[in-house]
Design a protein around this ligand. Sequence first.
Ligand code: T4K
Length: 374
Amino acid sequence: MIDKQITVTSPLLPDIQDFIPYLEDIWQRKWLTNNGHYHQKLENALAEYLKAPFVSLFTNGTLPLITALQALRITGEVITTPYSFVATTHSLWWNGIKPVFVDIDPKTCNIDPEKIEAAITPKTTAIMPVHCYGQPCDMLKIKEIADTYGLKVIYDAAHAFGVEIDGKSVLEFGDMSTLSFHATKVYNTVEGGALVCRDAETKKRIDYLKNFGFAGETTVVAPGINGKMDEIRSAYGLLSLKKVDGAILSRKKIAELYRKGLKDVEGISVMPDTEGVRHNYSYFPIFVDAEKYGMSRDDLYFKMQTKNIFGRRYFYPLISTFSTYRGLESAKPENLPVATRIANSVICLPMYAGLENDDIERIIEIIANQANRV
Ligand code: T4K
């Protein structure tokens, strides 16, 4: 029995020595939040890194979703995926919008664009897809549908930091995209997030909305919220940004080792890289075919835990099964057969820069040996 616990992820931390001068400077300035020096620096640095000119920083990755819906004045029904973290659908609920779940494509785990049109009603105003695990959605097809029906598109790009397709950032697609910089993400600011939009006017509106709606000392233009990122986390974010390319490279190597080690294990499948995509390897999902593997996903998941390997079943259970949503017609499992199957077969394996080769080999060995009943 090995004592060390290996969890699904471990945060990318800046060097503490590098952080101290930033903290000293913040102490000197005595300016801690509300669009401060480091906040502005990080917004600019992220806009450049992400190839997204209009970036608004937020204090987490959920408030940008809620704010995007406010900024675009979305109402009625929004088409979305059940295969995501609950925050995606909760953002609709918090805006009094009815989520309409559409099944996913088994190859990408993203909303199946072929099934979107059938879910459109006169009340539909937008589509909220997720680039699940950082796999880009079929953005051209989604744009075609949105343009035809006059719908807005808000991408939940919480997993897609730095992901590009044919040299273009995924954040360039849709009306808006949101990011999460939570501790568990490829790039983190402890808690944090951002909302990416297309033009300066919209960014201005978003910035009002994340600051209670203030458009000046005495003018409130909308019922905004407090979504602001503080100076300490902005400074931390500037330092983390220097490390993120190296971290993505390490993750790529880990993905290659997993793929090589698991390729002949009967009943276990993985997601391949897509040509033309700069992946960020934010998660490494495997899918267990219980019949072929000879063991259920849950049995493997808990077996791994007895060996101190703590993967996660992202995204099980489906959002559509939670009490808030399960009464909706679109939430019925028979309407979501692919998402239901995938949610019952997935395990996200440990994936983070710094995961050691010995540990990767041990994880592969546990999965492979289970299959051989050794
Ligand atoms: N949209 C999508 C598609 C998302 O996936 C998310 C968040 C959001 C929107 C909303 O963004 P935020 O508002 O959260 O910024 C985690 C995260 O809390 C959540 O951010 C993330 N998605 C979701 C997929 O995963 P949990 O409850 O599974 O995390 P937790 O605390 O169990 O952590 C998982 C493992 O990570 C731990 O076992 C160990 C490791 N860990 C975690 C933390 C917090 C560390 O090593 N250090 C840490 O500080 O939700």
